[in-house]
Design a protein around this ligand. Sequence first.
Ligand SMILES: Cc1cc2nc3c(=O)[nH]c(=O)nc-3n(C[C@H](O)[C@H](O)[C@H](O)COP(=O)(O)OP(=O)(O)OC[C@H]3O[C@@H](n4cnc5c(N)ncnc54)[C@H](O)[C@@H]3O)c2cc1C
Length: 325
Amino acid sequence: MVADTDILIVGAGLAGAATAYHLVRRTRARILVVEQETVPGAHSSGRNAAIVRERVDDPVLQTLMTEGAGHLRNGRLAEFERRGLMLLGLGDEDVRSHFPRARGVGLWCPNDGTVDVARLLHTYLAGVRIRFDTKVTGWTTQDRDLHVNTSRGGIMCRLLVNAAGPWAGGLGDLPLTPMNRHLFATTPIDWVSPHWPCVWDIAGGLYFRPEAGGLLLCCCDELPAEPGDYREDPAMVERLAEKVASLQPDLGEFSISSTWVGQRVFGSDWRFVIGFDPRNERVFHVAGLGGHGVTASYAVGRLAAELIISGDTEGPAPFMPSRLL
Ligand SMILES: Cc1cc2nc3c(=O)[nH]c(=O)nc-3n(C[C@H](O)[C@H](O)[C@H](O)COP(=O)(O)OP(=O)(O)OC[C@H]3O[C@@H](n4cnc5c(N)ncnc54)[C@H](O)[C@@H]3O)c2cc1C
């Protein structure tokens, strides 16, 4: 029997889309993305803060963050606003010179900013074959191929790429945990300029940036949850108010106009999972992008595509799924 496709990517979020983007440019293999929803980016990739933040604590992740941020900054993939980012607690520059009414000293990262994530997904997926409204429910091995069961019938493929975001742990039998995080948008605030930077208090767990004439704020909550369970926790508004009052009192009072919840997905060491499954060489994982999947997406997709094309099952070790099993 001839397979329906060579590489089947499960998930049209940033992980699956960026992997498809690099694969179509590097191989003539047939690629098909299947997505359970009717649009791309309906889950984590459409529920984030869109901040491109290069600097992280982990030197292993840092290489992919630097590469990813570099490609987003040139603006060719999607509109990038170089608004700057202040990381409070890491340096000694005064925030107020960049964001009046914000308090503290930190590291000024002038080249960071925000990116149009919907446009980024669109760029990654341009020219890629996608089947929406198609949910993968499992697979069986048949000779050299996989028979993949979906809500719309079977698909034969040579390799399945698990880029299922919050569902990646269950789908790929990996120990990955989705963690809910709330984002809050305020009503317009007359003293906020739309071009001011992002401010991120690393130790205090609070970040904010201009959004739609007001502010977008996050109190950096991390609540384990089932995939796709976006129930709001009313206690988070209180927690946000407390953090603003203690860490950034000069922001004053504001009204919340909308709240939404997204899921960041982590393995036990908080590093990405990019590599072949040690239990089945026909399965490859691109998952556990945590809170960095926007910034790192280009680099994550590049690495995944290179490993898939070379068939390299050994490395790089810090990202391999085997470390979690
Ligand atoms: C509140 C919040 C704020 C964030 N802020 C930032 C930020 O400012 N900067 C940054 O760099 N990162 C940020 N992130 C992280 C970033 O959003 C994620 O790392 C990234 O979106 C993960 O992409 P993904 O493709 O792995 O997951 P997803 O976007 O969830 O994509 C997975 C896709 O797989 C599909 N799928 C799942 N199971 C199946 C199945 N069985 N069959 C078919 N399809 C399936 C889903 O429908 C979904 O579309 C934030 C995350 C959150 C939650």
